[in-house]
Design a protein around this ligand. Structure first.
Ligand code: ZN
Length: 305
C-alpha cells in the first residue's frame, strides 16, 4: 500500500521574507525527513495541478476570489490582513495548494489511492469565504471538500483539524452545511480568539495553554471519536497543522510525535470502518522545522499502517 504525496515547486516560491514563520523551508524540512526516514519509498509523488476559479468559487465568494487575482502584485507586496501578504508568486502557490487538495480528493475517490497528503503552502484553514487571514489566501481543504461534495455527490465528509489554532475559515465556510462534520481542536484563549460555540456539526474543542499528550488524547476521545463514528463519513479529511508540538513556540501546547501518530491512527481506524480507508490530509501550520519534519513522517506512517 502506498500514499500519494502531492506538492509543487511553486509552493516554495511564495516567500514574504522578514523571517516570516510560514516560510519555504517548511517544505524542505518535510522533504528532508521524508528522505532521511526512508518514507520516500512508501509514497507516490505527484505534482499539483492548479485550481481554477470555478473550483475556488465553491468555497469562496466569486468577489473574493476575483479580488485575490486582481490584487496579485507583479512586484513588491500586498497586505491582505495583518499576518498575510501576497508577493508575485503567492497567487500561483495558493492555486497549487488548493489544486493539490482537489487532486488528492480525485485520487482517493476514484480508488486510485487510499490516502493522500498535500505538502503545500500557503496553508488554508484561516481563510474564510470572503477574506484572507492568518497566512491563508484560499481555504485549501474546503476547496477539496467542496469538490468531493459537488463532483462525487458525497453526503458526509468529516474534516478534522488538529492545528493549534482554530480552523475559523473552515467553520465559516461549512457552518450551515450539514454534509460536513468539522472537528477543530485548538488553544484557547488564543489566535484567532473570537471562536463561537459551533453547532451540532461544528465540534469546536478549545483547550488551555499547557495542554499535554494525556489531556489532548483524553479530550479527543471524549468529545469527537463517538461522534465521528456515528457520522459514518464517506471521506475523512485532515487539516494537519503541527504547531501544537512542544518544540513549536508559535503556541503553548506540549504535544509530541506520538500524539500525531495516535490521532492519525484513530482517524485511520474510522476511515477503515466507514470509507475504505479513504483519507486526504493537507498541511496547515507547524513552524519548528525539525519537529515539523518528524511529525509529518509519523502522520504519514500512521496513515499507511
Ligand atoms: Zn496553526
Amino acid at each position: 500500500m502506498s500514499l500519494l504525496f502531492i506538492s509543487h515547486p511553486k509552493c516554495s516560491e511564495h516567500d514574504v521574507g522578514n523571517e516570516h514563520p510560514e516560510c519555504p523551508e517548511r517544505l524542505d524540512a518535510i522533504n528532508d525527513r521524508l528522505i532521511a526516514s526512508g518514507m520516500e519509498f512508501s509514497v507516490v509523488r505527484q505534482q499539483a495541478i492548479a485550481a481554477d476559479r470555478t473550483q475556488l468559487y465553491r468555497a469562496h465568494s466569486p468577489e473574493y476570489v476575483d479580488r485575490v487575482f486582481a490584487l496579485s502584485p507583479e512586484s513588491g507586496q500586498v497586505q491582505m490582513d495583518p499576518d498575510t501578504q501576497m508577493m508575485p508568486h503567492s497567487l500561483e502557490a495558493a492555486l497549487y495548494a488548493a489544486g493539490a487538495n482537489i487532486q488528492a480528493v480525485d485520487a482517493v475517490l476514484s480508488g486510485e489511492m487510499s490516502q493522500a497528503f498535500c505538502a503545500v503552502r500557503p496553508p488554508g484553514h484561516h481563510a474564510e469565504r470572503d477574506k484572507a487571514m492568518g497566512f491563508c489566501l484560499f481555504n485549501n481543504i474546503a476547496v477539496g471538500a467542496m469538490h468531493a461534495l459537488h463532483q462525487y455527490g458525497l453526503k458526509r465528509i468529516a474534516i478534522v483539524d488538529f492545528d493549534v489554532h482554530h480552523g475559523n475559515g473552515t467553520e465559516n465556510i461549512f457552518f450551515n452545511d450539514q454534509r460536513v462534520l468539522f472537528c477543530s481542536s485548538y488553544e484557547y484563549p488564543f489566535y484567532p480568539y473570537n471562536v463561537g460555540p459551533g453547532n451540532e456539526h461544528i465540534l469546536n474543542l478549545p483547550l488551555p495553554a499547557g495542554t499535554d499528550s494525556e489531556a489532548f488524547q483524553q479530550a479527543i476521545q471524549d468529545r469527537w471519536l463517538d461522534k465521528l463514528d456515528a457520522f459514518a463519513p464517506e471521506l475523512i479529511m485532515i487539516s494537519a497543522g503541527f504547531d501544537a508540538h512542544f518544540e513549536d513556540d508559535m503556541a503553548h501546547f506540549k504535544l509530541v510525535e506520538t500524539d500525531y501518530h495516535w490521532i492519525t491512527s484513530q482517524l485511520k481506524a474510522l476511515a477503515n470502518k466507514h470509507c475504505q480507508g479513504r483519507m486526504v490530509s493537507t498541511l496547515e501550520g507547524g513552524y519548528a522545522l525539525s519537529a515539523l519534519g518528524r511529525s509529518v513522517i509519523v502522520h504519514l506512517k500512521a496513515m499507511l499502517d
